[in-house]
Design a protein around this ligand. Structure first.
Ligand code: GAF
Length: 382
C-alpha cells in the first residue's frame, strides 16, 4: 500500500515525498470519560493511514485521497470549511497550524490506508495527526507532539463539528508498541502499561453500522455531563468536572437530578473508577479481573449512558457466553462501530466464526472482525 501511495504521488505531483504512518486506536476501557477530564486506556493499532507529503513551491494545498480516488485543491489563504467532507479533517489541521502563527507554504498530499471508516477506530484522528506530523516534519515547524494532539482535537471540533475529547489524537501520537497508555485527560500526564497478553488477542468485531445519531448524541452527552457538574457545584464547589465527583456525592442529591442526567453522571464516575481498577489488574497481570471490568463498562454504556445500539449489545452479549472471551464491550463513541474483545488465541477462529454466523442471522449483515496489534504512534516511514 505504501508503495502504491508513493507511486501515485509521483505520478500526480512529480516530486519525492516523505511518508508518514498514522495509526487508528483501540480503547481498552474508559469510554466517554475523556471530555469529563477523567481517565482512558487506549493504544495505537496496526490499522493505519499513510501520508505521502512534499512541498510544492506554490501557495496551494493539493490533495488526493487514495481510498476515494478523489482529488482536491485549496488555496492556503483563508482556509475554511469545505463542502468536500473528507478534506475538512485536513483543512482543520492546516487552519490550526496557521492559527498558531506558522506560515505554511504550499504542499501536496496523497493519503490512504486501511482503518475502516466509521468503525470507531478513529480514522479521523489518524488523518488529523498524520497530516500535522508530516507538515511539522517537512517544514521544520518545531511543534511539540502534545500541541499536535491538541491541534488535531481542535480540528475535529471546528471542522468536523464533533466536540470530542482528547483520547483519540493522544493515542494516535503517543501510542507505544505492545503497551496501553493510561491518560489523565485533565493534566495530560500519562503512564504506559505493558499489555502482555501472550495467549490472548484483541479482537474487534465491526457491526458495519453507524447510526446517524452518533455525533448529535455525542454532543448531547457532553451537555448532560456539564449539567450534572453544574448541579453538583452548588454543594461541592471543588467539583470542576465529573472526574472530581464521587458516587456518594451524586447519591446525596439524587432527588434534585433529572433521572437521565443522574445516570449519565453515575456512569462516568463509575467508569473512571473502573479505569483505575483495571490498571491495578494489569499491574497484577490479572486479565480475568480486567475483562470483567470491560463487561461492566458495556453495561453502563448500554443502560446508563445509552450510547450503545442493538447490534453492539448483541455482539457484547454473545461474546460473554464464549469461554474463550475474557471481556467484551462497545468501543468509542457508540451507536455503531466495533466491540472490543479479549479472546484466547486457541478459541479465536471458533469465536470469529460463531460471531459472524450469529450476526448474519440476526441482522443480515456480514460481520467484519480484526485482530488488532498494538503499535507505535504516528511516525516517519524510513
Ligand atoms: C470518540 C471521541 F472522539 C473520543 O474523544 C471519546 O470521547 C470517545 O468517543 C468515547 O470515549 O472516539
Amino acid at each position: 500500500m505504501i508503495q502504491d501511495i508513493v507511486a501515485r504521488f509521483k505520478e500526480l505531483y512529480g516530486s519525492q515525498p516523505v511518508v508518514v504512518r498514522s495509526p487508528g486506536r483501540v480503547n481498552l476501557i474508559g469510554e466517554h470519560t475523556d471530555y469529563n477530564n477523567g481517565f482512558v486506556l487506549p493504544a495505537a493499532i496496526n490499522k493505519e493511514i499513510y501520508f505521502a507529503v512534499a512541498p510544492n513551491n506554490t501557495n496551494t494545498f493539493r490533495v488526493y485521497s487514495f481510498d476515494l480516488n478523489e482529488q482536491a485543491e485549496f488555496s492556503l489563504d483563508q482556509v475554511k470549511k469545505s463542502d468536500i467532507n473528507w478534506a475538512n479533517y485536513l483543512l482543520g489541521v492546516i487552519a490550526q497550524i496557521q492559527k498558531a502563527g506558522h506560515q505554511l507554504p504550499g504542499f501536496d498530499v496523497v493519503f490512504g490506508g486501511n482503518i475502516p471508516i466509521g468503525a470507531g477506530m478513529s480514522s479521523s484522528a489518524a488523518i488529523e495527526c498524520g497530516l500535522g506530523y508530516a507538515l511539522n516534519h517537512i517544514f521544520n515547524l518545531s511543534i511539540e507532539k502534545l500541541d499536535l494532539v491538541k491541534m488535531g482535537q481542535k480540528a475535529e471540533h471546528e471542522f468536523a463539528g464533533v466536540m470530542s475529547g482528547i483520547m483519540d489524537q493522544f493515542a494516535n501520537t503517543f501510542g507505544k508498541k505492545n503497551h496501553v497508555v493510561k491518560l489523565d485527560c485533565r493534566s495530560l500526564d500519562y503512564q504506559y502499561y505493558p499489555f502482555e497478553i501472550s495467549d490472548y488477542r484483541i479482537v474487534l468485531c465491526d457491526t458495519q453500522v453507524k447510526h446517524s445519531l452518533a455525533s448529535s448524541e455525542y454532543n448531547t452527552r457532553r451537555q448532560e455531563c456539564e449539567a450534572g457538574v453544574e448541579l453538583l457545584q452548588k454543594y461541592y464547589p471543588e467539583v470542576q468536572s465529573l472526574r472530581d465527583a464521587t458516587e456518594e456525592m451524586l447519591a446525596a442529591h439524587e432527588q434534585e437530578f433529572d433521572p437521565i442526567i443522574y445516570k449519565r453522571c453515575r456512569y462516568v464516575v463509575q467508569e473512571d473508577n473502573r479505569v483505575e481498577a483495571a490498571c491495578h489488574d494489569l499491574e497484577k497481570n490479572d486479565l480475568v479481573a480486567f475483562g470483567q471490568k470491560m463487561y461492566a463498562s458495556h453495561q453502563g454504556l448500554q443502560h446508563d449512558y445509552e450510547v450503545s445500539c442493538p447490534e453492539l449489545d448483541f455482539l457484547a452479549d454473545l461474546a460473554r457466553q464464549d469461554e474463550a472471551v475474557l471481556g467484551a464491550r462497545m468501543m468509542g463513541g457508540g451507536f455503531g462501530g466495533c466491540t472490543i474483545n479479549l479472546v484466547k488465541l486457541s478459541g479465536l477462529d471458533a469465536f470469529t466464526q460463531k460471531m459472524a454466523e450469529a450476526y448474519q442471522q440476526q441482522f443480515n449483515i456480514t460481520l467484519k472482525t480484526y485482530v488488532a496489534e498494538i503499535v507505535d504512534g504516528t511516525g516517519l516511514v524510513e
